[in-house]
Design a protein around this ligand. Sequence first.
Ligand code: GLP
Length: 269
Amino acid sequence: MRLIIQDSYDRMSKWVANYIVNSINDFGPTPENPFVLGLPTGSSPVGTYRELVKLVKSGKVTFDNVITFNMDEYVGIEEGHLESYHSFMRKNLFEHIRMPLENINILNGNADDLEEECNRYEKKITALGGIHLFLGGIGPDGHIAFNEPGSSLYSRTRIKTLTYDTRIANSRFFEDDVDQVPKLALTVGVATVTDAKEVILIVNGHGKARALHKIIEEGVNHMWTASALQLHPKSMIVCDVDATAELRMETVRYFRDIEKDNLDPGKIL
Ligand code: GLP
């Protein structure tokens, strides 16, 4: 696992956006061989999306041959609801870039048969040959997508009951009223994420410091589901300095040291 520490949220966001653009361009996607990208919601990736939009608009990359799969969606709120993940993605990324609508995949939390919807999603990912790069964030309890503490690390796309902690954390998007936060969500599983050829997590802010310590410095544990990344052959966490507050100095020094000669993807663009 690589740990990339950036000085600020903005630098972290630029780093990740540039890395994604380089990955797409190095791959050279075509209609027959598209680049498959997994995407998260939440406040963490907002800056990355803002930078991606700039890079698309300045002609550094095109999403014409990129197929996206979002991680999760609430159950039972309308797609057009301001806080649905469909709306989030439209507002933060899709309405700003040119991309074939049929290349955008987001779970349907209003499907008649939710289980069938989850199976359909997994099958579609498999039929495309898997996800090339899965971008994610983490919750303050170290969850990835909506894989709450205690989720199986072998889990696949399914219906999940949200923990009270997650609903409180997300109530900031629902007028600070936890009762308005849906109790259920559809989410890709931990294994759906770790099956991707490459996984990148964006972790920022002091509020994520404990989770970052748990997922990097402690063992693989289903109570901190993002720790599953430790078993992945090509995973990377890109964080800001604030998020490193609970890491051992030795850990920070080690990762800074091994990364110092690596090329910053921002310098390539
Ligand atoms: C939700 C999402 C996760 C996201 C997490 C953290 O639980 N399902 O995918 O990583 O929130 O959100 P934020 O980035 O706003 O802290």
